[in-house]
Design a protein around this ligand. Sequence first.
Ligand SMILES: *[C@@H]1O[C@H](CO)[C@@H](O)[C@H](O)[C@H]1NC(C)=O
Ligand SMILES: *[C@@H]1O[C@H](CO)[C@@H](O)[C@H](O)[C@H]1NC(C)=O
Ligand SMILES: *[C@@H]1O[C@H](CO)[C@@H](O)[C@H](O)[C@H]1NC(C)=O
Ligand SMILES: *[C@@H]1O[C@H](CO)[C@@H](O)[C@H](O)[C@H]1NC(C)=O
Ligand SMILES: *[C@@H]1O[C@H](CO)[C@@H](O)[C@H](O)[C@H]1NC(C)=O
Ligand SMILES: *[C@@H]1O[C@H](CO)[C@@H](O)[C@H](O)[C@H]1NC(C)=O
Ligand SMILES: *[C@@H]1O[C@H](CO)[C@@H](O)[C@H](O)[C@H]1NC(C)=O
Ligand SMILES: *[C@@H]1O[C@H](CO)[C@@H](O)[C@H](O)[C@H]1NC(C)=O
Ligand SMILES: *[C@@H]1O[C@H](CO)[C@@H](O)[C@H](O)[C@H]1NC(C)=O
Ligand SMILES: *[C@@H]1O[C@H](CO)[C@@H](O)[C@H](O)[C@H]1NC(C)=O
Ligand SMILES: *[C@@H]1O[C@H](CO)[C@@H](O)[C@H](O)[C@H]1NC(C)=O
Ligand SMILES: *[C@@H]1O[C@H](CO)[C@@H](O)[C@H](O)[C@H]1NC(C)=O
Length: 626
Amino acid sequence: MKLQFVSLLSTAAVASASWSKNINYRSPSEHHPALGISIHKIVKRNDPGSSYSASSLNFTHGVASGDPYPNSVILWTRVAPQSDNSQSNKTVTGYVPLYDHDNQGYVQVSKSPICVEYKVASNKDLSTVVDSGKVYTSSDVDFTVKVEAKNLKAYSTYYYQFNVCNSNNTSPLGRTKTSPNADDDITKVSLAVYSCANYPFGFFNAYGNPVRKDSVDYVIHLGDYIYEYKNGDYGWGNSLGRIPQPDHEIYTLYDYRRRIATYRTDLDLVASHQQFPWIPVWDDHEVADNTYRDGSSELNNTENSFLRDGGVSVDQRKMNAVRAYFEWMPIRQVDMDDNLRIWRSFSIGKLVDLIMLDTRQYDRSITDLYWNTDYVHDISNDAGRSMMGPRQEHWFYNSLSASDKRGATWRIVGSQIVFSRLNQSAAYGDENPLNYDAWDGYLANKNRTLNHLYTNKINNNIFIAGDSHASWVSDLVWLDEKKYNSSTGDGSIGVEFAGTAVTSPCPYGANISLATANNYSHIITSANEELQWQDLYYRGYFELHFTHDEVQAHFFGLPTVTTRNSWEIPLANFTVKSGANKLQRPVGGGVVESGSLKFGKTVQSNFTVDTGNGTWFISHAGLEVL
Ligand SMILES: *[C@@H]1O[C@H](CO)[C@@H](O)[C@H](O)[C@H]1NC(C)=O
Ligand SMILES: *[C@@H]1O[C@H](CO)[C@@H](O)[C@H](O)[C@H]1NC(C)=O
Ligand SMILES: *[C@@H]1O[C@H](CO)[C@@H](O)[C@H](O)[C@H]1NC(C)=O
Ligand SMILES: *[C@@H]1O[C@H](CO)[C@@H](O)[C@H](O)[C@H]1NC(C)=O
Ligand SMILES: *[C@@H]1O[C@H](CO)[C@@H](O)[C@H](O)[C@H]1NC(C)=O
Ligand SMILES: *[C@@H]1O[C@H](CO)[C@@H](O)[C@H](O)[C@H]1NC(C)=O
Ligand SMILES: *[C@@H]1O[C@H](CO)[C@@H](O)[C@H](O)[C@H]1NC(C)=O
Ligand SMILES: *[C@@H]1O[C@H](CO)[C@@H](O)[C@H](O)[C@H]1NC(C)=O
Ligand SMILES: *[C@@H]1O[C@H](CO)[C@@H](O)[C@H](O)[C@H]1NC(C)=O
Ligand SMILES: *[C@@H]1O[C@H](CO)[C@@H](O)[C@H](O)[C@H]1NC(C)=O
Ligand SMILES: *[C@@H]1O[C@H](CO)[C@@H](O)[C@H](O)[C@H]1NC(C)=O
Ligand SMILES: *[C@@H]1O[C@H](CO)[C@@H](O)[C@H](O)[C@H]1NC(C)=O
C-alpha cells in the first residue's frame, strides 16, 4: 500500500528533501510561536507537485560560509524566482506593526517549495564528496538556504556548491575551512578584521583584497555590516551609482532583507563570502543608530512596543532586523531563545580562543542617545551599568578563565566598540571628552573585565574593535588603577587593535585632507598615554597573524573607495610577543605610513601597483603615473 505514494520520480525526490534542515525555518526561535515560523503550516500550504521549473530560478547572491567548527561549517545561498526580496511577513499574533511604512499589511507567499541540493567536497572539481543533502526554501525565509555541512575533518579546506534539485542550475563554487580541534597544536592562523561598511559611501574594496592575496584563514566582522539610513541622509550613493534599497530608512522585515540584499551585490563582498568562512557579530546599525537593550537614538520605547515570548523581549524593528540578519548571514544560532543571543566563542586549536561579544543589542544599559549625553556622562561610573548584561558578563569572564586554564596561547576578544579610554577633548570639548556610547560609558563593566584579567593573571589578551571609523592601537591598561609606563608598556595586560571602517567616513570630517587628519591624530595620541598609534584618514581593514611566539598585526589603508580597485597601502605593522602583554618596542618598528605614532615617525612612501596597463604607483595622494 505504501509504495503507491512513491510513484512519480520527481515528487519522490522533492518529498525526501527536508524543511527543518534549512536552519532558517528555525530562526530566530523554534520554541516560541510568536517568533518562529510554523513549518507545519508551510508544508500544508505548499504543494510539492507544483515546483518552480529549474530554469525560472536563480542563485541571486552567490554563496557564503561561516562559524567554522572542527567537524562542521554553515553554508548559505539564496535561490529565488525573483531578485526582489520576499514581502512575506511573519504573522505575529496579537501584534500591530508600528512601522508599516511600506503599507505591507498583506502576505505574498509562494505556494511551491524550492528544492535545493548541496554537496561538500575535499577537492575543487567536487569529485570527492564528503557531505550532501537536500533542503527546501520558500518565500517565508526570503528564499534563503542555510545548512550545516557535517562529517568534516578539522582545519581542512572544502569546496561546496548548491543546485536546484534534479537540474544543472548551480550556484557559484564556494570555498570554506573548518577550525582545528581545540587540542590540535596548530602553528599559525590568520584573520582579516572588518567593521563599518556603508554602501553609499564607497566600494567594499577592503573585503576583496585578502581574497586577491589569499592571505587569511577566516574573516571576522565586528559589526555595522549594513546601515539603516536613507541614502541622502548619510552617504553620497548618487555620485557612485550605489543607492541602497529600499531608498528610505528601513523598518520592516522586507526593508531589512532588501537592504542586506543590496549590500550583497558588491562584488568584493560577494568574493569574500565565497572564499572565506566568516565569523560576524552585529553592532548598532544592523538595527539602528546607537541601539541598546531597550531602544535606539531615534526611538524611545514604550512598554507596548515590545514583543514578548519566553526568554525574548524585543521591539518589532529589532525583531525584523534580527530575522533578516539570521536569514542572510552564514552563522549558527547559539541560543536564540536567550534574548536573541549572538555572543559565542570559537576555539582555534591550542593557539587561539576567539570570544565574540554582543555589547550592543543583547542587554546593554541606556547609552548616549545625543539628547542625554550629560546624563549618561553622570551615570557612566555607576556600578550597576553593563554593556553586556549579567548573563553575558558571567559567561565572558568564565570564558577568559577557561581559555587560560586550557592553555590556549592567545585570547581574542571581539568587541564592537573601542575598549580603551579615549580622551578626545580636542573634538568633543572638555565637558564630555569621552565616547559614552563606547566602554567609557560603562566603567563598571570595563573595570570588572580588567579586574578579572589582572587578578587572575590572564595573559596574551588581544582586544579587537570597530565602530569608530578610525584606527586605534593601544596597550591594554587599567588607567588610574594599575601603574603604566607609556614608553616601555610596563603595567599593561594586553593590546587593543581597533580598526577603521570599510567605507564609513572619517569621524573628523568625511572629506578631510591627509594633513589635517594627521594633525588631529597627533593631538589624540598626545592626549592618551596608552594610545600608541592612531590614524583617522584611511578606510581599510587589518590582518592578524598568530603563532605561538607572537601576533603580527598589519593595517591596510585604501587610497580611494570611490572606484572599485585593489589598491592598498601597508599603513603600519605591530608585533606582540607571547607573555609580554604589550606592544613590542619600538612600537610599529618606529615608522608608520600615516596617522600619529607616539614614539616614532610618519613617512609617506610611494608604492607601485599593477593596473595591467603601464606602470603606475599609488602615493598617499592617489594613483599617479610613475
Ligand atoms: C536569472 O538570471 C538570468 C541571467 O542573469 C536572467 O536573464 C533571468 O531573468 C534571471 N531570472 C530570474 C527569475 O530572476
Ligand atoms: C501579516 O499578514 C497578515 C495577513 O494579511 C495580517 O493579518 C498581519 O497583520 C500581518 N502581520 C504583520 C506583522 O504585518
Ligand atoms: C546535466 O548536464 C549533463 C551534461 O550536460 C546531462 O547529461 C544531464 O542530463 C543534465 N542533468 C539534468 C538533470 O538536466
Ligand atoms: C526621547 O525622549 C527625549 C526626552 O524626553 C527627547 O528629548 C527625545 O527627543 C525623544 N526622542 C524621540 C525620538 O522621540
Ligand atoms: C582629557 O584631556 C584634557 C586635555 O588634555 C584634560 O583636560 C581632561 O582632564 C582629560 N579628561 C579625561 C576624562 O581624561
Ligand atoms: C573603575 O576604575 C577606575 C580606576 O580605578 C575608578 O576611578 C572608577 O571609580 C571605577 N569605577 C567603577 C564603577 O568601578
Ligand atoms: C618609563 O620607563 C623608562 C625606562 O625605564 C623610564 O626612563 C621612565 O622614567 C619611566 N616613566 C615613568 C613615568 O615612570
Ligand atoms: C565628499 O566627497 C564625495 C565623493 O568624492 C562627494 O560626493 C561629496 O559631495 C563630498 N562631500 C563634501 C561635504 O565635500
Ligand atoms: C598641522 O599642524 C602644523 C603644526 O601645528 C601646522 O603648521 C599645519 O598648518 C597643520 N596643517 C593642517 C593641514 O592643519
Ligand atoms: C608592514 O609589513 C609589510 C610586509 O611585511 C611591509 O611590506 C610594509 O612595508 C610594512 N609597513 C610598514 C609601515 O612598516
Ligand atoms: C612620492 O611621489 C610624489 C609625487 O606624487 C613625490 O612628490 C614624493 O617625493 C614621492 N615620495 C617618495 C618617498 O618617493
Ligand atoms: C589605464 O589605467 C588608468 C588608471 O586606472 C586609466 O585612467 C586609463 O584610462 C587606463 N588606460 C587604458 C588604455 O585602459
